[in-house]
Design a protein around this ligand. Sequence first.
Ligand code: SF4
Length: 178
Amino acid sequence: MTVSYTWQVRKMLEGLLTKEDCAKCQLCCKFDSYDLWQTPVIYPSLASRILQEYSPLCRFIKRDDHFLMKMQREPDMDLYYCNLLDREKGCIMGDDKPFDCEIFPFRVMELMGRKVLTLSPACPVVNSKKFEDVCTAADKAAGEIFEFASSHPEVVKPYLDDHPILVVEKSRYKGSII
Ligand code: SF4
């Protein structure tokens, strides 16, 4: 499967979150057993690139037509670091990050059969920004994100009520008032 992003989204999010912020924080690159559901979806083309260009020892768990990364539990801790995290410098993937990581701290979720763009409470940098600015960025990025999620339903997570809803996907059907 070929996955292509046009990633206007990246530019919109860069106004909220710099690469340096992410390299310093790294919170979204480590997981405990309760939030392993947040590990990024990896498509076969990206899995090949990871093995060839970034991390030859990376191992994956197969799910239908995509993969999840197999992460090692830290000794004596309920903690898993992403294999693609350099603990000094941050993510090694540069502009090749998986979709879930590109759009973080936004998350696409499903609520009552409708896709919603939500804000993860876990990102200290974006959560310190003015909420209006976050909503403006979400509004601009939503179209591209929802379009990608429509053809890649595995990136859509069940709604969690600690995630504020920023944008609700508009109905695709003519005549809808939403
Ligand atoms: S791929 Fe990069 S950004 Fe995503 S969780 Fe791993 S280290 Fe973090």
